[in-house]
Design a protein around this ligand. Sequence first.
Ligand code: NAD
Length: 466
Amino acid sequence: MQSFLETVNANFDEAAAFTSHPKDLLQQIKICNSVYRFQFPLLTQRGYEVITGWRAEHSQHKLPVKGGIRYSENVTEEEVMALAALMTYKCAVVDVPFGGAKGAVKINPKNYTVQELERITRRYTAELIKKNFIGPGVDVPAPDYGTSAREMAWIADTYQAFHPSQIDSMGCVTGKSVSQGGIRGRLEATGRGIYMGLKEILSIEEDMKRIGLTKGLEGKRIVVQGLGNVGYYAAKFCVEGGCVLIAIAEYDGAIYNPNGLDPEAVAQHRRETGSILNFPGAVNLATSAEALELECDILIPAALEDQITDANVDRIKAKIVAEGANGPVTASAQKKLFNRGVMVIPDIYLNAGGVTVSYFEWLKNLSHVRFGRMQKRYEQMAFEQMINLIEKTTGRSISPTERMMIHGADEVDLVNSGLEETMISAYHQIRSIWCRLDRKVPLRTAAFISAIDKIAASYLELGIFP
Ligand code: NAD
C-alpha cells in the first residue's frame, strides 16, 4: 500500500501535470522545507519514558506556517510531513495566507494522566521555542487528532512564560478556548465548514444528476466515521440541515439505525458508558469497518488517514465520499472511486473550516479586540432607525418577533459568515477548474491545481523562479 506521504505526492503530481509551471518550482512547492524531531524524558508513575515529538514546516512561502498537533501512538515522521504538505495546499485553496506545518507527539493520550499530558505539552512547546518553531509570526499550531483547546491553552501559557513582553504572544497558537484568547465558533468550525461545503456542492443540480443524486441535503443518508471534534460537528450540522445519520463508526465498533441517529444523544451515551455501542434503538454492527460499506448517499470519514484503500474500496457504496479527516482515501482507491463515478470531496477543501477560523482567531489575537465589538451597537441602532422609517412610511407595524431578528453582528455571526463565504467561494474556484477540464479529473485534482497555481504565483512574484 502507498504511504500517506506517497498518496499526497501522487495527488500533487497528478495535478501538477495540468499546470505549466517550471519543474524546479513544482519541486520546491512539493518538498517539505524542514522537519524537527526531538526526544525528551518524562517521569511517570511507571518510571522514566522517552517521548518523541516532531514539527514539520512544509512551506514558508507565506508566514507564519500553520498546522495542528497530533497526539497518537501510531504517528510517524512521514505522516507528519504528509499532513504538513496538506496544510500548505489547504491554506492556499481557501486563501488563508499561511504556509503549511504539522506537529505530533508519539503517545496515546489515554495512557497518561492530565498532569502528565500537561508536562508533555509544556516540554514539547519548550522544544519548539528553542528552535524557533513556534511564534505568532513564524509557526502557529492548532488542535488535531488527540488534542483540544486544553493543550492549546498549555502551549499559549508556556510560550508566554518564555516571552513575557511579547505583545502578540497569544497569536502563537489557535484553537484556544474563548476564555484563553480563542474565538467563538472555532470549536465547531471544521464540522460546520464540512456542512457548508456539502450544502453548496449538493445545491448544484447538474453535478448531482451526474452521480444519481437529487439536489439538496434534505433526506440524504449519511454515515460518519469518528465521533470526535470533526465527525461530531459535521454530523450535528448535517442532521440539522436535513440529512439522516444512519450509522456512526468508532474505533471500538459501529452503530446503525436506518431511521436516523441523533449525534448529540449518541455523544451523551458515550460520555455515560464509555462507548457508542448499545445505543438505544440502534443495532451494533459486527465491525467498525462495516459501517463504511453501508448503502448511503454521503460517507464522511472523519477519523484518520488511509481508511478507504484497495482493500475495501470495491465495497464502498456511497455516492459521495466527503473527506472530513486528512487523507482518508488512498490515491489508488481514489482512482477506482473516480472510475465508478463516486464524487470524492477532497480534504484540502472540505475540512479547511478549522484553519479558516484559526486564521480569524490569529487576526483577533493580533488586533487585541473581539470581532463585532466596535460596530455591533452602531449596526443595531442603524437597523432600528431603518425599521422605524419603514413603519412610518408604509404604515405597517413591525411585530416584536420581527424586531428581535434585528441585531448587530456578534463575533460568532461574523466568524460563521466569514467561514461560509470562504467555503462557498473556494468551492467555486475549484469547480471552475474542474469544469474547464470537462470534469474528466477528480475534484481533488482541481483543488490541487487551484493550490499549486496560487503558491506558484507567490514564488513567481518574488522573482525566485523566472
Ligand atoms: P478527535 O481526536 O477529536 O476525534 C477522532 C475520533 O476518531 C475519536 O472519537 C476516535 O475515537 C475516533 N477514531 C479513532 N480511530 C478510529 C477508527 N479506526 N475508526 C473509527 N473511529 C476512530 O480528532 P479530530 O480533531 O476530530 O480529527 C479527526 C481527523 O480530522 C484527523 O484526520 C484530523 O487531522 C482531521 N482534521 C481535524 C481538524 C480539527 O479542527 N480538529 C481540522 C481539519 C482536519
